[in-house]
Write a protein that binds this ligand. Structure first.
Ligand code: GCO
Ligand code: MG
Length: 402
């Protein structure tokens, strides 16, 4: 089998997505997600200019060799843009490989370790009461795990909280919005938030929280310790991803489980964290972490240290990534939980999907390959529209992490 062509489809059904479609001489084609929120065109260009010409003529079944060609073989390796491109190639090749064998992707990744995938929902209210109400609505939908984010008294915009009644979407049209931040207001509020949420729902719901990289190690250690009585499923990104040593301080002070890595893109971002057992969940998604070939290795390494997966799954990761991830989660032993933020209806005009939510779990069907298709005519109706993630400043104007 040979790759005869490949193209990048950039579309904006409500938000931007970058999809790679690789076609073969035997009629099979594969899809890969290459979406990097706010930097979509950089990945599209990397694929168009540098990767696609080097893919033509290769046997798509050689996923390991092709992965190393675009990773090890490239002098300027790693980085979010490069790895999103590598991920899309890898995902599309595994899609082809499974379709050629007429079997769902999970079958060639190890078969079924489970029939359903535990997912977590998002409750993001304007304030404490609103957040409890929103969490109640998610519980009524059947979710057994809910991420709790809330507006913080005294701050105008808070990470994770939607505008008005719209679904949460961090990327805004045009140049980045400037948010403002105050760590002490945040740290004083969050323990009270979790005390009330736990009281309202009891112990049977899993609660999660995303710090979104905004604490120093000692602040994060204080937060993790103060949240201990409320038994979080996890505390996410308590410190910035690039500061691996920061996780040591959190571990020394608390047993609140920690998840990290949605902005990671290499196994080398994880080696200290895994081998020193500083974390409990890996979040680096297939779409930004080099696809199935690479994540299989990261997950295997994590499993040696009793660390589980909990992959990033916000709406800026396309349905192609979500479906591929569900196959991956179905097959591996050390699956933990999957983030699930449903895409808006308009997204499904472009992408037809093979997964369904029921009572707290996602179910993937047994169609061959990844099982997601793209309607290119529908995609053409929604051209790219520039949108960026916000930036963040402390209340005195100092540039900060968003
Ligand atoms: C999450 C993430 C997202 C990111 C977004 C950036 O845990 O789901 O933190 O909300 O901010 O995906 O593009
Ligand atoms: Mg996050």
């Amino acid at each position: 089998m040979k790759i005869i062509s490949a193209k990048v489809i950039v579309c904006c059904p409500g938000r931007n997505f970058v999809t790679l479609k690789i076609s073969t001489d035997q009629g099979f084609y594969g899809l890969g997600d290459a979406t990097l929120n706010g930097r979509e065109k950089a990945v599209a260009t990397y694929l168009d200019e540098y990767c696609i010409p080097a893919l033509i003529g290769r046997d798509p079944r050689n996923t390991e060799d092709i992965w190393h060609y675009f990773y090890r073989g490239v002098y300027w390796k790693r980085g979010a843009v490069t790895m999103a491109a590598v991920s899309a190639i890898d995902m599309a090749l595994w899609d082809i490989k499974a379709k050629a064998l007429n079997t769902p992707l999970y079958n060639i990744l190890g078969g079924k370790s489970r029939d359903r995938i535990l997912v977590y929902a998002h409750a993001n209210g304007k304030n404490l009461d609103d957040t409890i109400e929103k969490a109640g609505l998610e519980k009524e939908k059947g979710f057994r795990a809910i991420r709790i984010q809330s507006g913080i008294p005294g701050l105008d915009h808070t990470y994770g909280v939607s505008e008005g009644n719209k679904p949460y979407e961090p990327a805004q049209q045009g140049l980045p919005r400037e948010d403002s931040w105050d760590t002490s207001k945040y740290l004083n509020f969050v323990p009270e938030l979790f005390a009330k949420v736990r009281k309202a729902f009891g112990e049977e719901i899993h609660l999660l929280h995303d710090v979104h990289h905004r604490c120093t190690p000692v602040e994060a250690a204080r937060l993790a310790r103060e949240l201990e009585p409320f038994h979080l499923f996890w505390l996410e990104d308590p410190v910035t991803g690039e500061l691996q040593e920061g996780l040591r301080l959190i571990r020394q002070h608390s047993v609140t489980p920690v998840a990290i890595g949605e902005v990671f893109n290499s196994i080398y971002d994880y080696t200290t964290l895994i081998t020193e057992q500083l974390i409990d969940y890996i979040r680096m998604p297939l779409v930004h972490g080099g696809g199935i070939t690479h994540l299989m290795k990261v997950a295997a390494m994590a499993s040696v240290y009793h660390i589980h997966t909990g992959f990033h799954g916000a709406t800026d990761l396309s349905p192609v990534n979500l479906a591929a991830t569900l196959h991956f989660n179905t097959a591996i032993n050390n699956f933990g939980i999957q983030e699930y933020m449903p895409h808006q209806e308009i997204v499904h005009e472009v992408f037809t999907v093979n997964y369904q939510f029921r009572q707290g779990y996602l179910y993937i069907d047994d169609s061959p390959g990844i099982g997601v298709d793209i309607d290119e005519k529908a995609a053409a109706k929604y051209p790219y529209s520039m949108a960026c993630l916000p930036v963040n400043r402390k209340s005195d104007g100092t540039m900060f992490y968003w």
